[in-house]
Design a protein around this ligand. Sequence first.
Ligand code: 0O2
Length: 211
Amino acid sequence: MEKNWENILAPYEQAVTELKVKLRGIRKEFREKNEHVPIEFVTGRVKPVDSILAKSKLRNIPFDRLESEMSDIAGLRIMCQFVEDIYEVVQILRSRKDMKVIVERDYVTNSKQSGYRSYHLVIEYPVQLVEGPRDLLVEIQIRTLAMNFWATIEHSLNYKYQGDFPEEISNRLIRAAEAAYRLDEEMSSIREEIQEAQHLFSHGKRERHAA
Ligand code: 0O2
């Protein structure tokens, strides 16, 4: 029988929409308190049906176990300026009462062989449906802007080469990952200077607005 994917994915759409609002809310709270904002921007998506099917085939996940075994049908991405912000965001999410962190993978400290770096959380998030509450798995990836730049480029190249990169490209990607790592380190080392400048800039902007 043909599956009604729109109905199946509707709760996941709801989870992504709600979490985007909540995560952007954290950003707003920090800004209003005039403190350094650890979140630069947030994106979210529900995995397209063809990707769900491809992944379930690859991992041998039967349809009736999708909900419990595919943790990234709903996915959020949080981009930060500094590596330190990533850990602050993780701490904030761990302490929230409206979600429960059930898996943590720190690919920031332990990068993948590809050079990929990012902090992954899988959370259990309750959506309120007409028939009652339902706990859904949601994957949250937290990374710096430099890590995001690298992962986005690598992801598109991966799409082209299906993971089978020519050696030249592979080597360049490794070098690019190292450069992104060094960029994060440099930015962290002048973090206080940058934050002070940003504080002065946003303060000035607010005063100009008020005038
Ligand atoms: P897409 O298109 O981003 O959705 P899981 O896949 O979560 O069940 P696994 O493999 O242990 O289990 O998860 P992992 O490695 O913690 O996270 C998988 C996701 O992380 C990927 O999702 C990517 O979004 C991202 N990711 C992991 N490794 C790499 C990498 O080497 N390069 C890039 N660009 N992204 C990576 P999907 O489902 O593969 O794809």
